[in-house]
Design a protein around this ligand. Structure first.
Ligand code: AKB
Length: 319
């Protein structure tokens, strides 16, 4: 088996995916890369780590020449809310970075995983049971880059036979690396604040529905899709995948089952609220279920209980 390259390995998804891939395929098989050095010792020393700026094709070529890369998980990206404050950076990293990685995948005959997002939808998209194939007119630069990414991945498969695959992730909830600059980040922050201060001020309105997924399910989604029989894939890229959908108010009710005096208040951030209002309430992920057997394990109840337990342990160790 050839090696696996992970870009953005220090980010929210990358940190956990790198560990999961090393456990599954062996430490030396997984080359973690980022423009930031990992603070986490296991991530830094648990297998090869390379400094890699996806905007520099020479960097990418150097890493491809050192290692025998067969699969790339391209996770280096700017999220939705930060994208709105720095649209040029979002475009450059999300589009040019992906293009450079696709070119490397073409030249070195690698398969490629690219994460799209619920951000690829917009106000004109049906909000409930959002179909796999539907209107995509996003209003954010992040969404524009994700639609462009979905299309160029399809193009590289059709034109150059690069084995591109991907999903549209909902908000991801995890307790290892924190997200940064996303619209769905509240669903992670709330747990830390609930444990530390028993209160949380949410920047989205109480009744804002969004799709969400717990990180263990997201990791399985990526690995299962990349290991799936390619002949069964009709869509290949941008599969809708989801595990649960809830509002901030509903999440607070669930947390209160464990921390009865937890209080939530609301101070709406208009930028993030507008982004959230343009995204689906919940997606139809039947194509992913039919084509490669997608099935989530964690619902709201299981995720909440697991998050609270793990964050309590983490805080106790840090103290
Ligand atoms: C964000 O909020 O920007 C991301 C996403 C849903 O793509 N978590």
């Amino acid at each position: 088996m050839k090696q696996i390259l992970v870009t953005g390995a220090v980010g929210q998804i990358g940190a956990e995916l790198t560990t999961a891939l090393r456990q599954r395929y062996g430490c030396e098989k997984v080359v973690a890369t980022d423009i930031r050095m990992p603070v986490d010792k296991d991530l830094r020393d648990g297998g090869p780590f390379e400094f890699l700026d996806v905007l520099d094709p020479n960097h990418i070529t150097r890493v491809m020449q050192i290692y025998q890369i067969g699969t790339i998980y391209h996770l280096a990206a700017v999220l939705s809310a930060i994208g709105e404050s720095r649209p040029n950076v979002a475009w450059t990293i999300n589009v040019n970075g992906l293009y450079n990685i696709l070119e490397a995948a073409r030249q070195y005959q690698c398969s490629l995983f690219f994460p799209s997002s619920i951000g690829a939808f917009g106000k004109l998209t049906p909000k409930d049971n959002t179909p796999q194939d539907t209107i995509q007119r996003p209003d954010t630069i992040y969404g524009v880059t994700k639609v462009a990414g979905e299309l160029i991945c399809d193009y590289y498969y059709k034109r150059f036979k690069v084995d591109t695959r991907g999903v549209r992730f909902p908000g991801l909830i995890s307790c290892v690396a924190e997200p940064g600059g996303g619209t769905t980040d509240y669903a992670v922050e709330i747990f830390y604040e609930a444990i530390k201060h028993k209160k949380y001020t949410c920047y989205l309105k109480a009744d804002t529905y969004l799709d969400m997924m717990y990180m263990p399910d997201a990791l399985r989604a990526m690995v299962n899709l990349m290991e799936a029989d390619g002949t069964r894939l009709l869509h290949r890229n941008a599969f809708n995948v989801t595990a649960m959908h809830f509002t901030p108010q509903q999440l607070a009710v669930e947390i209160r089952k464990h921390i009865p005096d937890f209080k939530i208040s609301y101070e709406v951030d208009p930028v993030r609220q507008e982004i959230a209002d343009s995204w689906p309430n919940y997606m139809d992920d039947s194509a992913a279920r039919a084509e490669w057997g997608w099935k989530p394990e964690y619902d709201l109840e299981m995720m909440t209980s697991d998050m609270l337990g793990k964050i309590r342990q983490k805080i106790a160790v840090d103290d």
